[in-house]
Design a protein. Sequence first.
Length: 229
Amino acid sequence: MARTVNEAAYTARRNAILDATECAIETRGYEQMAIADLLDELHISSGAFYHYFDSKPALLMALVERRGDQLEQRVLPIIHDPTLRALDKLQRLFNAFDRDKLEHKELLFSYMRVLYADENAIFRYKMYAVMIKRLVPWLEEIIRQGVEEGIFTIPYPDQTARMIISLFEDFGYATVELFLSEQHSPDDLSRLERVSAAFADALERILGAPAGCLQRDWHKESEQWLKTL
């Protein structure tokens, strides 16, 4: 029983540090966030902090992992729903990703500034590895179902799932370049629409899915994102 209590206390303190970190990143940005400020806010010693996290990058990586856990709780019911066909699952999965990003857009933009900085290439690779680990099994399950249903026509579901992650990665680079630009123009809307439509088109081709089945109202969605800039 004592061990259970200790584990619960450990988890609660760790989450409190992560909560404070997330708030600091949203309000001040990762680069401006200082460990000393977190210690003062949480009223803990540096020794106590380093019992949970050995560095500032480790703290950020833990936040990413936690966001992945939270997203998993949202999407697993979709993936394992026996009443949904594969295409419906894929569409709902992407909708869930989009809703999650919009709900945490300030934190997302803070992550973008850190993730795509030149000096953080190693961290960016670690993020990619996290995406492979988490997303590939989900996508592969949906793809295999789609092949059985005859909606997807590809021979290698596992490798196709990895290719989709690479497509997401490139989509991320394209959108970050636009979002984090110091100069914006009226052309941003049409540019973001085009990037999104091209992403969906490439995804359909990789899956061997019917043309247009993953296209959405990109104009409306692009407007919604550009309002946040």
